[in-house]
Design a protein around this ligand. Structure first.
Ligand code: SF4
Length: 405
């Protein structure tokens, strides 16, 4: 089975997924906050029961890779002791909440996103009727400060202000305003509104943006007993994450991947705890700048302008059984061709499912029958401009500079 062979189905600790390198076990970490002790324990599990590789997912969760079937029961038992596993697969699936990572350190934050995310997770788990939400249906809690989540996809978005919480829907510019104490219940009402409205359409939409596109946001808000107003869009000028700052030391993970040894090092160097982000970066709040050289030596990205930050690549072959090509060595090789990109410009995908990115990029390379198709300004399933290339041909085309913005 590939990394995404079952559409609309998400792996978890209670529902591991088989991939080319063994079982994948995904952990949802509330608010992305991980204590050093838990991080060390996860690193030990990854090394002893898996292949020692861990992915930081696009929702800020961790995926242990290469787990052996015969070590699964012991891994789950250990995770239960650590409090990192839910009672059942339904509970872990519904806890799809991303939060701003540094509410407690950022003086521009309007409130505590972590506390709200934790309360929302608790309410989602407690409401059994919501277990039928589509697997990828998710929420975000933005603290309104410099570490915002404007770029992180979410079906229902909460944004804190000093006075109220703004609740908006994916695919719509409006928002309902509610007092902070009502934000959780209003979020649940919107989730129920989705469940009530979506089945009336044929075919039923699987995500909020699709429902909004067909019924309009006002209908969804009305079904949740909320009245939207026009709001200014959230700032997309997020504060830099990578490097040393008054709030934190941040490192980037090439392709969102780290090893058990790297996770142990982060745990050892953390001053408070680890903050996992949906931006392929881990932050250490309160840590001193002096640790950056050790982190660089261990293979972390410590420069915001590192070219590896501007390329995306899925695990590819041989880790994923669906992959038609090796992906990450190729992406590393090509990354230097556009060092001033400033944003992800290249996506290398082992097949057309595009697990590493759902966005359109300047150049997307897609594995097909052992060769590469090249898509411009699009996604893996878009029509290629060039097809059947080998890596050398791709490099020659990109080096010519003709295709890069
Ligand atoms: S995009 Fe990559 S990881 Fe996802 S299924 Fe295809 S080859 Fe596997």
């Amino acid at each position: 089975m590939s990394d995404s062979a079952v559409r609309g189905w998400c792996p978890g600790a209670r529902r591991p997924m088989r991939s080319g390198d063994g079982l994948i076990l995904r952990l949802r970490i509330t608010g992305g906050r991980l204590s050093s002790d838990r991080a060390r324990a996860i690193a030990d599990l990854a090394a002893n029961c898996g292949n020692g590789e861990i992915d930081l997912g696009r929702r800020g969760g961790l995926q242990l890779r290469g787990l052996r079937d015969d070590s699964l029961a012991a891994t789950l038992a250990e995770l239960a002791v650590l409090g990192l596993v839910d009672a059942d697969a339904g509970a872990e699936a519904i806890r799809n909440v991303v939060a701003s990572p540094l509410s407690d350190r950022d003086d521009t934050a309007a409130g505590d996103a972590f506390a709200l995310a934790r309360a929302l997770e608790g309410a989602l788990v407690a409401d059994e009727a919501l277990r039928v939400l589509p697997a990828k249906f998710g929420f975000s809690v933005d603290d309104g400060g410099r570490f915002g989540l404007a770029e992180v996809p979410a079906d229902v978005r909460l944004r804190l202000t000093r006075e109220v919480v703004l609740i908006s829907l994916d695919g719509d510019a409006g928002a309902a305003t509610v007092p902070a104490g009502e934000a959780v219940s209003a979020s649940l009402r919107l989730a129920r509104a989705f469940l009530n409205l979506a089945p009336r359409l044929d075919p039923p939409p699987r995500r909020m943006a699709a429902l909004v596109a067909r019924l309009g946001a006002d209908a969804v808000f009305a079904a949740a007993d909320l009245a939207p107003v026009e709001i200014p869009p959230p700032s997309r000028d997020a504060a830099p994450l990578i490097g040393a700052f008054a709030t934190h030391v941040g490192v980037g993970l090439p392709f969102g991947r780290l090893t058990a040894d790297q996770l142990r090092l982060l745990a050892d160097l953390a001053a408070i705890d680890l903050r996992l982000t949906p931006f392929r970066a881990v932050l250490l709040p309160g840590a001193p700048a002096a640790i950056l050289p050790r982190l660089a030596e261990a293979g972390f990205i410590i420069r915001p302008a590192d070219p590896l930050r501007f390329v995306a690549a899925c695990p590819g072959a041989p880790a994923c059984a669906s992959a038609a090509i090796e992906t990450r060595d190729l992406a590393r090789r090509l990354a230097v061709l556009n060092p001033a990109a400033g944003d992800v410009w290249l996506h290398v995908s082992g097949c057309d499912k595009g697990c590493a990115s759902s966005a359109a990029h300047a150049v997307t390379l897609v594995g097909r029958d052992g060769a590469l198709d090249l898509v411009l300004e699009g996604r893996p399933r878009d029509a290629p401009r060039l097809a059947g290339l080998n890596p050398e041909a791709v490099e020659a085309v990109l080096r010519s500079g003709m295709l890069i913005r």
